[in-house]
Write a protein that binds this ligand. Structure first.
Ligand code: MTE
Length: 437
């Protein structure tokens, strides 16, 4: 935590850009960006020194590498061991059954979070469930109660969809002061994957909904028997019963062998280790929709259901704990997402919100999915404050903490923090959390 990581600068050093075109950050391509950076630096590579001598032959090129084993599950390079999920370094739980570990977003390339880095949040640890004995029951206000084995579910036609997955507790430690040091700690209860499974609407259709069926309860097979109520409209819209993520079966910690996946909604409703779906006429008012995951309002009351994860964005490079290696061109990168649809724009400010410029969105830009953005920034070398601000397909603009405070009471560790995340950059290049307290 808090480790300094060098962000390669576009050039070795000052002076400033070659043209006004560069100043406006409208270079046509990354290739051009790098080529110009090198030209200004007198032919030096973008991140290294001048190529005065031919490259030596490395030892790895002089010998045979590792042979291919008969069978193995491939692992990341040993040089990537620092890329790992981490528990919170702000809220220190003494136990780690009801806890969470966070995705290292600062190391994520592209929109898909590798399965071993998808964040974890559970209330009673990870159970080891044998898919051979696991059953899913659908009952309640249905004409034909049904029970499925995993083999039966895997025989159904399936769909694969990219969606973000975010815990409503993401950012909860940083409402009142900038407590977290890295983007992993401020925003790492966020991941994105290609989820594979069966649309719930198909199974509900098979069971046959009775008149008056309005709500669905999902129940998990873990020690917490985690349960949530979801309105039938959402269940029939895009809810999936998921067994796969990023091309393989779910990891145990993410719900193996079966979970509910509720696109765009708070992660808490995506019940893992799913064993039971009950159809009813009213919500059940479970613990996680009364005692937890509710939002305080200015009048002292608490809003019970805040299902949708509102539009949000964060700069991941450079972000807290990193250090810019020198003035000159840098590419600001990050993610934007919205539980209500697609991202239509991301604005970037490098002066604490006084001026904004539109960032480039990288394809694919998908519904309820992480969207990558980037923006070229010529850092003059003085103190700066960098912020991203996302807009979604409903026209909703990501708010500041002060904006949220107009409609909700902000106190301690509460849920659904989608405010702007400013990072301060000091004259020596150090990047720090600057969320206003
Ligand atoms: N489902 C069960 N059965 N048990 C749990 O503890 N935690 C919920 C939800 N579903 C939970 C659960 C919470 S609070 C979140 S944010 C997501 O699962 C986390 O999913 P993940 O661990 O796959 O990221």
């Amino acid at each position: 935590m808090g480790k300094m990581i060098d962000v390669p600068s576009g050039r070795g050093g000052r002076p400033g850009p070659a043209s006004t075109e560069e100043l406006n950050g409208v270079l046509k391509s990354r290739r051009e960006f790098l080529a110009r950076s090198m030209a200004v630096a007198g032919g030096a590579a973008a991140t290294g020194g001048a190529l005065a001598a031919p490259l030596g032959i490395p030892p790895t090129a002089r010998e045979m590498g590792r042979p291919i084993p008969e069978a193995m599950y491939g692992m990341p390079s040993k040089f990537e061991a620092h890329v790992a999920r981490r528990r919170s370094d702000v809220l220190k739980n003494r136990q780690n059954w009801s806890d969470w570990s966070m995705t290292p977003l600062q190391h994520q390339h592209g929109i898909a979070t590798p399965n071993g880095l998808i964040f974890e949040r559970h209330h009673a640890g990870t159970p080891d469930i044998d898919p051979g004995t696991h059953r899913l029951a659908i009952h309640g206000m249905v004409k034909q109660p049904l029970v499925f084995t995993m083999d039966e579910l895997l025989r159904y036609p399936s769909v694969s969809r990219f969606h973000f997955h975010e815990c409503s507790g993401n950012g909860l430690t940083d409402w009142l002061k900038p407590a977290s040091t890295t983007v992993q700690q401020t925003h790492g209860l966020l991941s994105c994957a290609q989820w594979t499974g069966v649309p719930l609407s198909w199974l509900l259709d098979e069971a046959g909904l009775m008149p008056g069926a309005k709500w669905i309860a999902f129940e998990g097979a873990d020690g917490s028997s985690h349960t949530r109520s979801v309105p039938i409209e959402k269940a029939l819209d895009d809810v999936l019963l998921v067994y796969g993520s990023n091309g393989e079966m779910l990891r145990p910690e993410n719900g193996y062998p079966l979970r509910a996946f509720i696109p765009g909604w708070e992660g808490n409703v995506s019940v893992k280790w799913l064993r039971r779906i009950k159809v009813g006429s009213e919500p059940w008012h479970f613990r996680s929709e009364t005692a937890r995951y509710t939002d305080p309002m200015p009048d002292g009351k608490w809003r019970q259901f805040s299902f949708v994860m509102e539009c949000k964005s964060v700069i991941t490079r450079p972000s807290g704990g990193m250090r810019l290696s020198g003035p000159g061109w840098h590419e600001i990168q990050g993610f934007a997402w919205s539980g209500r649809g697609r991202i239509t724009a991301v604005d970037i400010s490098v002066d604490g919100g006084r001026n904004w410029q539109e960032a480039t969105l990288e394809e694919p830009v998908l519904d309820k999915c992480l969207t990558r953005f980037r923006h070229r920034w010529n850092w003059a070398g003085g103190p700066a404050m960098i912020i991203s601000r996302a807009v979604d397909s409903t026209g909703y603009v990501q708010p500041s903490v002060a904006d949220i405070q107009k409609t909700r009471a902000i106190m301690g560790f509460v849920q659904h923090h989608n405010a702007l995340q400013p990072w301060s950059v000091a004259a020596n290049g150090e990047v720090k959390n600057a969320i206003p307290g």
